[in-house]
Design a protein around this ligand. Structure first.
Ligand SMILES: O=C(O)COP(=O)(O)O
Ligand SMILES: [Mg+2]
Length: 225
């Protein structure tokens, strides 16, 4: 069976997997923190906060400066962060090496590509467009597309349904434990990239295969098959 027959759908996490978005996320967060009289956070701290969605990001960022937001404050503060972040030009967010070439080759080979991120869907679609990646993707789920975000499998199942595949026909590619947990919950194999924001030892993620470079993905798919 060919790789295409085995895995017609390939589903990708966004931050830390396809793009290094941390510099823009840090800029947006720091603008909000400074406006609120808090200190700025270094990029290395922000790396540890990416992957659980915008609400947790804002909550953790304020907590790191010694400010505990109440549940009533968190929603409006998250909206303010998203307004700042969503208005930033994308010139600090870089597509990781090999992503465009590899995704293009997989798409041209006939795979259907999906995005499953904890970023809000609207911002994710805008980013895909601004980065010139939108034509590659057939389906997108953001953290607000279904009721529960990753690590819950629902957003992954949402993308799989739109791509017309069941658990037997998809692979998840991500960079942290939420991606692995969502994949496990959906019953699909998972490849982890080693260069993202894992927030724990790579070996502890529990992925089926870890790749050092995005261009290693076709080889990993062949090994999974
Ligand atoms: O936490 C976020 O907002 C996005 O993270 P993800 O693209 O890695 O899911
Ligand atoms: Mg990620």
């Amino acid at each position: 069976m060919s790789i295409l027959e085995r895995f017609p759908a390939l589903i990708f996490d966004f931050d830390g997997t396809l793009i290094d978005s941390a510099p823009d996320i840090a800029l947006g967060l720091n603008r909000l923190l400074v406006a609120e009289g808090r200190r700025e956070l270094p990029l290395s701290d922000v790396h540890q906060m990416i992957g659980d969605g915008a609400g947790r990001l804002v909550e953790q960022a304020f907590a790191a400066t010694g400010a505990a937001l109440t549940p009533a404050e968190l929603g409006p503060m998250t909206e303010r962060y998203l307004a700042i972040y969503g208005a930033l030009p994308v010139d600090r967010s870089c597509i990781y090496p090999g992503v465009v070439e590899t995704l293009t080759a997989l798409k041209n080979a006939g795979h259907r590509l999906g995005l499953c991120t904890n970023k809000p869907a609207g911002i994710s679609v805008d980013l895909l467009r601004d980065l010139g990646l939108d034509a590659l993707f057939d389906a997108v789920a953001g953290g607000d597309s279904v009721a529960r975000k990753k690590p819950h499998p629902d957003p992954l199942l949402f993308v799989m349904e739109r791509l017309g595949v069941g658990a037997g026909g998809a692979v998840m590619v991500g960079d942290n434990a939420n991606d692995v947990a969502a994949a496990r919950g959906a019953g699909v194999p998972v490849v982890a990239v080693a260069y993202g924001y894992p927030r724990m030892a790579l070996a502890d993620l529990g992925a089926d295969i870890i790749i050092d470079r995005f261009a290693d993905l076709p080889g990993a798919l062949a090994r999974l098959g």
